[in-house]
Design a protein. Structure first.
Length: 644
């Protein structure tokens, strides 16, 4: 790089000094010879590059010394060497000067300088100015050591190549994501550079806490071949935080591409992402028919609070608690479609609370929709608290009806719903009956029972004759429609008191009868109602057997109040071949209660067959008659005792 004119002038000055000092004195003349070059002389538009500069000192000796060759190093060494790079469009240097210090013949280590290349730099060669400042010794006398010092500041221009490269600019950004929403941003870019980009990878990221890109914080899109002047639109998933204010948030788009097998970075681009007013929805009402332990419908009414209408909307309901399921799982979604701002939609979900308690469950709803630009959005965090109602609570009480041993009767009582939830299509189910008591049916329909409503039930039953009198219990449950979808629920077991008695409902008394063979007569029977309730259609029927017959074996009483007695009589005939005897004939008594139940009982009356008047004397006849009455009374008392 050295300039010959300064060295020539210095040489002439040294010759003049030699002449003045005498021809016999020797001297060494010379200077550094510095050259500057870049290690890699290629940069690309828009990049920030590290330019590595190397200074090479070739050194020039104009007059040497055979006696002291080392003096040549003194005149060729640059001392205090400082290297500065200057700006030259489109190159801007960002580094200060580099101090080398002393540089003898040889080269420096690479000196790094930071420089930026203008984004719009055209491909070509740029001569970058490099300034060198240093000092050196130009003359050394061998005789007396006299020397001459010089200072140099010189600028040279070093060629730097600006290579053709792709370069990208943002042409358009489209997004309408609102606070608390997920959506997408569409970024339209153009390759405004001078070379195509191969295998380009474009990554969008955000440092803002109010804007997230994808789930991981960044999203990458790929383009195989991107030629100059070509535009591409890339879409990236984004989400704005709940607290994001309407406005613009800057995201960063980084690009890497292939350049003859070398991966290079293009200049990062700022992408303005607009966050609009939040599209809001709110849950305005909920309603459910679900009770604890059942399944049913949960209706959620959601309002589009705006600011805009949305399309292709779906409402999803989710439950974080396994005790409550939606659609058979953790969540379920229903289609809504077009949804104007301000409009309300009621969405019904199938909910099961089989394992739940009567408490509040924090269910949440989300609305997935398309905005006016067709971008998919999601509004989350809608609270839809769910509380299943307590299951109906049933009380079952008996009305105290008594069943008679060996007879049919009715178990009666009431079923009351003490809960706050209606029981639809309720049925009383007999789970177990006392031994020897056989219900006519195992299920008794009750109908619908609202909260605090009750209904009566009647269950016909038969008591075996072997059953002892006493108080027993039957186990019953109430089955009902749990959710309106045909699924049935069953209550806990309840007990019903069953009173079994061997006491008759009527008491018979009769003076008896004494009839001669081949004669007719009537047997008087007093029927007393010994129950604590009225009876009607009371019928007493004598069961005649040989030697007795009856053409009119029955007698009737329209009604009997408690403790009231009806005097009845029935007809008996005695066959002609009857022999004197004393007998007890069964009398079957039936009656109806005021509520339509039929009661039956069997008592006995004493009847005697006595000899005709042609037999014994009158006195004997009288004795026989008195004896017959006594026997009849004794028989009546005996049968009464046996029946008890």
């Amino acid at each position: 790089m050295g300039d010959a004119r300064p060295r020539f002038a210095l040489a002439l000055g040294a010759v003049a000094l030699l002449c003045l000092s005498g021809a016999g004195t020797a001297a060494v003349l010379g200077s550094p010879d510095l050259d500057v070059r870049f290690v890699d002389g290629t940069v690309r538009p828009g990049e920030t590059a590290t330019l590595e500069v190397v200074v090479v000192n070739s050194g020039t000796v104009d007059s040497g010394s055979l006696a002291n060759p080392a003096l040549a190093d003194r005149v060729t060494t640059a001392r205090g060497l400082v290297v500065r790079l200057g700006d030259r469009a489109p190159i801007s240097v960002r580094s200060d000067a580099a101090t080398v210090g002393t540089l003898g013949v040889g080269r420096t280590e690479p000196l790094p300088f930071t420089a930026t290349v203008a984004e719009d730099a055209d491909p070509g060669t740029v001569d970058v100015p490099v300034t060198l400042s240093y000092e050196y010794t130009s003359y050394v006398s061998e005789g007396d050591g006299t020397q001459q010092e010089e200072s140099v500041r010189t600028t040279t221009r070093v060629p730097l190549t600006v290579a053709a490269a792709p370069r990208f600019e943002v042409r358009n950004v489209t997004t309408t994501v609102g606070a608390g929403e997920r959506g997408a941003v569409a970024v339209t870019l153009e390759n405004v550079g001078s070379a195509p980009a191969s295998d380009a990878a474009l990554t969008l990221s955000s440092d803002s806490g109010d804007l997230a890109v994808a789930e991981s914080g960044a999203a990458t899109r790929y383009v195989d071949d991107w030629r100059p002047d070509e535009t591409r639109t890339l879409r990236f998933p984004i989400a704005a935080s709940e607290g994001a204010e309407p406005g613009t948030i800057a995201a960063t788009l980084s690009t890497r591409y292939d350049d003859d097998g070398v991966r290079r970075n293009a200049s990062p681009l700022s992408v303005p992402v607009a966050v609009g007013p939040r599209q809001q929805f709110s849950v305005v009402a909920t309603e459910t028919d679900v009770t604890v332990g059942s399944r049913g419908t949960y209706a959620v009414t959601v309002r589009n609070d705006g600011p805009a209408a949305v399309g292709d909307a779906h409402v999803a309901l989710s439950s974080p608690d396994g005790a409550v399921t939606v659609g058979g799982g953790e969540s379920s979604s229903r289609y809504v479609g077009q949804w104007p701002a301000g409009a309300e939609r009621t969405i019904r979900f199938d909910v099961a609370a089989v394992d739940a308690a009567a408490q509040k469950y924090a269910m949440s709803a989300a609305v997935e929709y398309e905005d006016a630009a067709g971008d998919a959005r999601t509004a989350t965090g809608l609270s839809a608290p769910f509380r299943p109602a307590a299951a109906p609570a049933f009380a079952v009480e008996s009305t105290g009806e008594r069943l008679r041993v060996g007879a049919e009767g009715t178990v009666a009582g009431t079923v009351a719903n003490r809960g706050q939830t209606a029981a639809r299509d309720a049925v009383l189910v007999v789970e177990s009956a006392p031994e020897g008591v056989t219900p006519a049916a195992s299920r008794v329909p009750l109908g619908d029972l609202g909260p605090n409503e009750s209904t009566e039930f009647r269950l016909p039953a038969t008591v075996a004759s072997s059953v002892r009198a006493g108080t027993r219990t039957a186990s019953v449950r109430v089955e009902y429609d749990a959710g309106g979808d045909g699924e049935r629920a069953v209550s806990d077991a309840r007990t019903v008191v069953v009173n079994v008695t061997d006491e008759p409902f009527v008491r018979l008394s009769s003076p008896g009868a004494a009839l001669e063979p081949d004669s007719d007569g009537r047997v008087r029977i007093a029927v007393e109602n010994v129950w604590d309730r009225p009876l009607r259609d009371v019928e007493a029927t004598v069961a005649a057997r040989p030697p007795f017959e009856s053409a009119s074996p029955s007698a009737f009483a329209d009604a009997l109040a408690p403790d009231e007695t009806a005097n009845l009589s029935v007809q008996l005939s005695v066959s002609e071949d009857a022999v004197p005897s004393r007998q007890s004939l069964p009398v079957n008594v039936t009656a109806e209660t005021t509520d339509g139940r039929t009661l039956t009982d069997r008592e006995r009356v004493a009847v005697a067959v006595v000899e005709s008047d042609a037999g014994p004397t009158g006195g004997d006849t009288a004795v026989l008659a008195v004896g017959a009455v006594i026997v009849a009374v004794a028989l009546a008392i005996g049968w009464r005792w046996l029946n008890q």
